[in-house]
Design a protein around this ligand. Structure first.
Ligand code: SAM
Ligand code: SF4
Length: 642
């Protein structure tokens, strides 16, 4: 595949004036901020486009014009994911006891991490689908070299629907960068601070820096007094025996200051030596606070808030509690996460991840998309748009956006109703919080005995596929690699799952037959089926319909299956002797891809229906021998199981 730069050179013969016209978000020019000018980091080369006039439209107009929320970001429990958290680095300048080991974490090679253009491209896609809030986190986001230009570019997404741009930080160097961030459109800071005692700070973070954090808090409040409007929340992880005695001093902070102190239940992550005894629960915290402030009362939480909000009458600020360990808030979860190596994670506590980076980089021959490549991509897009009617989309949206959206949709649809409970979380393998920023430190995790939850379903499949790809690279066996990649057409070079591109394939008539059998432990069920005396009704008839229906639903169930127009499905169930039903399902289509998966889905669903309808009379049934027995059409022609 030719690189983007090469293509740009070819297409750039058409000369395009590079001026701002409202749609060309990323070709806008320079902003200089006095605070930013003092920083050594590269400076942004883009102005902040003016946000759309927010209050011109009446509420009624907005409701009338509201677009339905994107199906891509809506899961099967109707949760609409409009909040994206992006980890922008693995690095950190502190070593908090609950988060990072003393020696730090092994860092990924730079090329594995998302570049700023890649972060902007992914953000553009999510914003185009309805994400209205982006939070940058890490690691410590302020240590990323180009954090300021990155935030300026993200701020430029405001005219396209981004309403909140937030950062979670330890505050060590925030005071030096805050003004520039506010110019980019920063709307919220979550600042982690677990103690108000400088000595204890050094114990809990294994570093000095309390004064710098204090300076950041003061600067936010000062900027707010000038109208900056930055929502400030102070995150305090409460650990028994370490800082639980500071709950009340933290509460006192809210007496005069307009900020929210959020107490967080200590959570287990790989390697943070969590124990139930060290966790100080929500109820215990409330008891401590009520002991001194009996008027403490609950206030209404905002929609999708993960924290429970309380207030003390007369106090300027508020108190929040993040109760991940004792009360899950999964029912209203609207968050998605992108790790710093570009994986999409639909749940903080799940192991499931899918690489968006690899899909994005396909448009650049697998290489990281740096500023130069990004500019070239925009040039191509501008050339393409020449003479086309105006488009609403910002330039710089990934050329393979459709494929990315497909994978995002599949991942979101796979999100579970809720994460594991306290008992299970404790034993689950999960990245340490800071390595929610990383992919392959989890290599060890992938090889270790993953929980059943981690090996089942779509993402379980992916992890298994990744195991294969990891083992390939570990052995460094080229021949083996070629053989394996040749077989696993749903796996990219780096081991992440993707749908096979069938656009170049020919439409041909295709057919596939799958078979399986249900074995009964005695002859009771078969007798009842023959006499149609089964309480639940006509077993063979219902199973046949179930098989046909299931074949049509295959792409909804098997993530990497293409939707195809099936022309015929037949499902035959035959009673064989006194203890067995044999099932054969045949599916036909005129299409670009085979129908084996449809046939297998039909046969297995028919078998499951038999099982369901007979389980009251036979607990010892077995479903066996599910296989494809015939496949015809396409490039490989006819194949029949010998
Ligand atoms: N470095 C930044 C910071 O500390 O704010 C951003 C990253 S940090 C991983 C984000 C948040 O995760 C912090 O508010 C921190 O308190 C929280 N956190 C990390 N490990 C935790 C744990 N084991 N239990 C509860 N909260 C944790
Ligand atoms: Fe660094 Fe934040 Fe983790 Fe502390 S919580 S070690 S500041 S990433």
């Amino acid at each position: 595949m030719r690189s983007i730069r090469h293509l740009a050179r070819l297409t750039s013969r058409v000369s395009v004036p590079r001026q701002s016209d409202g749609a060309l978000v990323f070709t806008r020019h320079v902003a200089s901020s006095s605070a930013a000018a003092e920083q050594p980091e590269p400076q942004p080369t883009h102005t902040i486009p003016p946000p759309p006039p927010p209050s011109v439209l009446s509420r009624r107009d907005r409701i009338r014009d509201a677009k339905p929320f994107s199906d891509f970001l809506t899961d099967t429990f109707h949760r609409q994911h409009d909040y994206l958290r992006i980890s922008v680095t693995e690095r950190c300048n502190l070593r908090c006891l609950y988060c990072m080991p003393e020696e730090g974490v092994p860092l990924s090679p730079d090329r594995n991490l998302l570049t700023s253009p890649e972060i902007v491209m992914l953000s553009s896609i999510f914003v185009s689908q309805g994400v209205s809030k982006i939070r940058l986190t890490g690691g410590e986001p302020t240590v990323r070299r180009d954090i300021l230009p990155l935030m300026h570019q993200l701020g430029a997404l405001r005219p396209y629907g981004l309403r909140e741009l937030c950062i979670t930080t330890n505050g060590i160097s925030l005071h030096r960068k805050l003004d520039s961030m506010i110019e980019s459109g920063l709307t919220g800071v979550n600042l982690s601070l677990d103690t108000l005692d400088p000595w204890q700070f050094q114990i809990m973070t294994r570093r000095k820096g309390f004064d710098a954090v204090q300076k950041s808090i003061d600067r936010i409040l000062e900027m707010n007094s000038l109208g900056a409007g930055v929502k400030l929340k102070i995150n305090c992880v409460v650990m028994r025996g370490l800082n639980d005695r500071e709950i009340l001093p933290f509460v006192e902070l809210t007496r005069e200051k307009d900020l929210e102190v959020r107490f967080i239940e200590y959570m287990p992550f790989d390697g943070n030596k969590w124990s139930k005894g060290k966790m100080f629960s929500y109820n215990e915290m409330l008891d401590v606070i009520r002991g001194k402030y009996p008027d403490l009362h609950k206030v209404r939480d905002e929609k999708n808030d993960t924290s429970k909000t309380w207030k003390i009458p007369g106090f300027a600020g508020r108190l929040g509690f993040i109760t991940s360990m004792t009360h899950n808030f999964c029912g209203t979860c609207n968050r998605l996460r992108i790790t710093s190596d570009g994986n999409l994670k639909v749940c903080l506590f799940g192991n499931a991840e899918v690489s968006l980076r690899d899909i994005l980089r396909k448009s650049n021959s697998g290489d990281p998309i740096d500023e130069e490549a990004f500019e070239a991509m925009k040039q191509i897009e501008m050339n393409r748009r020449q003479g086309l009617a105006g488009t609403e989309l910002p330039l710089g949206v990934a050329p393979n956006e459709a494929e990315l959206l497909d994978v995002i949709r599949i991942a979101v649809k796979g999100k579970k109703a809720k994460h594991a409970g306290l008992g299970e979380l404790e034993h689950m393998k999960n990245r340490p919080m800071i390595l929610i920023a990383r992919q392959l430190i989890s290599r060890a995790m992938l090889w270790s005995s993953a929980s059943p939850a981690a090996t089942s379903g779509y993402f379980g499949q992916q992890q298994q596929l990744r195991r294969l790809s990891s083992s390939r690279s570990l052995r460094n066996d080229k021949e083996d690699k070629n053989q394996r990649t040749a077989r696993l057409t749903h796996v990219s070079e780096s081991g992440s799952a993707h749908m096979v591109n069938i656009s170049e394939k020919q439409v041909t008539s295709r057919v596939a037959t799958a078979a399986c059998a249900v074995h009964f432990s005695d002859d009771t069920a078969i007798k009842l089926i023959r006499e149609n005396q089964m309480k639940k009704g006509d077993v063979l008839g219902v199973a046949r319909v179930a098989g046909i229906m299931a074949a049509k639903r295959t792409p909804d169930l098997i993530p990497l299956c293409h939707p195809i127009a099936i022309s015929r499905v037949s499902v035959d169930l035959e009673v064989a002797g006194n203890r067995q039903i044999e099932i054969r399902a045949t599916v036909s289509c005129d299409g670009k891809t085979g129908v084996e998966m449809e046939a297998l889905t039909a046969a297995s669903s028919a078998a499951l229906t038999v099982y369901d309808m007979c389980k009251a009379v036979d607990k010892g049934m077995k479903i066996e021998g599910l296989r494809v027995v015939l496949k015809d059409g396409g490039k490989s022609g006819r194949w029949e199981m010998p």
